[in-house]
Design a protein around this ligand. Structure first.
Ligand code: UT7
Length: 325
């Protein structure tokens, strides 16, 4: 009998400090940077985001999200046999945030590693966990997306600093006789590395180059709308499904206009699209599992429903997963 993987629990965590657009407008004004609630809402749909307190790391946010997912799944941390963390804001250069998170969960021994695919990170991580479960390498995986993007924002650059926030989301993915994950479709094209990057690196005891986020928003926007449609169609074809089979679209939460465009191309009403960008901003690898958890906990997404996850981001990377809850 074929072995599948299926999500048995979801969880998320937002650091308590919430900044509305008005709070951010006031903060930026101190740096002589002009923006407005009107511009941010109209161009992105974002109304608020959360920032982690100093000294709080990706592993700390991931720990809270992981605990919530474990409780929802009714799984004990000691029974987890694989941890994959998607993050572009790791606690350290090394070891991995996954290894640090493993220790904070009070467990040891299972493989733990990070996946770095920026805003597509969670879709990549879930695909890897699914493959490891299908082949019998793991049976109960913890897959986490966690970010502290506030640490890499340039608060003098209004074209990027108003867009991002911090947070974490997690799922427990378990071996199952019934599917679960139906298909996945991942891509990258490194020739677009420059349009969304943090170009700095650590060298000789110092951060060398610019360690703050740079983005050509329009170039990212144009690429994103095209590749998201392609990935959605590819994953539907792989699973032998059509647009009409989608109960919920849980897209990466970068910009409401990108989500509307994807929904339109897939002929999905916005009532089937999970939107959290208004309250979370763009939390990169954390955005999809946080949106998924919020829709599960609010009673919108239910067992047996078909869900399309879609990510796109730096690399350039993109991908989609079609799954049954
Ligand atoms: O997570 C990974 C994926 N990331 C994304 O998907 C992001 C994709 N890109 C976007 O979401 C959008 O391109 C942005 C939200 C980043 C920008 O929206 P846009 O409609 O493409 O705006 P724009 O860059 O064309 O800028 C329009 C105007 C410019 O002024 P001028 O040249 O027309 O006078 C900007 O200087 O808006 C100005 N502007 C701002 N004004 C007030 C840019 N940022 C701001 C700001 N406040 N924060």
């Amino acid at each position: 009998m074929r072995r599948y993987s299926r999500i048995s629990g979801t969880g998320s965590y937002l650091p308590p400090r919430r900044l509305t657009n008005a709070d951010l407008v006031a903060k930026l004004a101190k740096h002589g940077v002009e923006t407005s609630d009107h511009w941010i809402v109209e161009r992105t749909g974002i109304r608020a985001r959360h920032f982690a307190a100093p000294g709080v790391f990706s592993s700390d946010l991931g720990l809270e999200a992981a605990r919530n997912a474990l409780t929802a799944a009714g799984v004990d941390a000691k029974d987890i046999d694989l941890i994959i963390v998607a993050t572009s804001t790791p606690d350290m250069v090394f070891p991995s945030t996954a290894a640090i998170l493993q220790h904070k969960l009070g467990i040891a021994g299972c493989p733990a590693f990070d996946v770095q695919a920026v805003c597509s990170g969670f879709v990549y991580a879930l695909t890897v966990a699914d493959a490891m479960i299908q082949t019998g390498t793991a049976s109960k995986a913890l897959v986490v997306g966690t970010e502290v993007f506030s640490r890499i924002l340039d608060f003098k650059d209004r074209t990027t600093c108003v867009l991002f926030g911090d947070g974490a989301g997690a799922v427990v993915l378990e071996a199952s006789r019934v599917p679960g994950i139906l298909a996945s479709d991942l891509h990258a094209d490194g020739k677009h590395a420059d349009i969304l990057c943090v170009p700095g690196h650590v060298s000789g005891g110092k951060a060398s180059g610019d360690p703050l986020l740079k983005m050509d928003g329009q170039a990212v926007f144009k690429l994103a709308v095209g590749v998201l449609e392609d990935a959605a169609r590819a994953v539907l074809a792989k699973a032998g499904k059509t647009e009409a089979d989608i109960d919920w679209l849980v897209p990466h939460q970068a910009n409401i206009r990108i989500m509307r465009s994807t929904a339109k191309k897939l002929k999905l009403p916005m009532s089937k699209v999970v939107v959290t960008v208004d309250q979370h901003g763009n939390t990169s690898a954390a955005s999809i599992p946080m949106a998924l958890d919020s829709a599960v906990r609010s009673g919108h997404i239910n067992r047996g429903e078909t869900v399309l996850l879609e990510g796109v981001g730096g690399g350039f990377t993109w991908g989609a997963i079609l799954l049954k809850m």
